[in-house]
Design a binder for this molecule. Sequence first.
Ligand code: CA
Length: 139
Amino acid sequence: MRGQVGSQSCSQCGSTWVLGGQSILGSGASVQKTFLLSSAHSKVNVTLELLATGYWDWEQFKVFVDDALVFTSNSVGYCCQELVSTYCYSGDTPTPLRFSFITNHNSTLLKLNITTTLNEDASNEAFGVKRVSLKPLDG
Ligand SMILES: [Ca+2]
């Protein structure tokens, strides 16, 4: 994680635990990891479950593979939007947003970087990562 606030890595939103989350990953923060893909492939199906918490106001998730932008989500808002963020008050029942896309990729290592266009403090609007799935295709 880069740009996180405080020393905590994970947080709980309702009953959902995420990497990062409210008050941890806000403006300018990102999560990055390099994965080893053992089977031959020419594409990868990337599936992410990401939690948007707090008062997102029409911001987006952005996903980079090997430093290239490969996915931009629809805008997320804290109300009245197709994709809705959740404020993590107790009793809240947050639903992680699920994104799935296929990107060209053929090397053994895959560097995945998840960030956002958030522009306010992590106590106001933040994100967390619940699940990452990488499925090599077309070997
Ligand atoms: Ca904002």
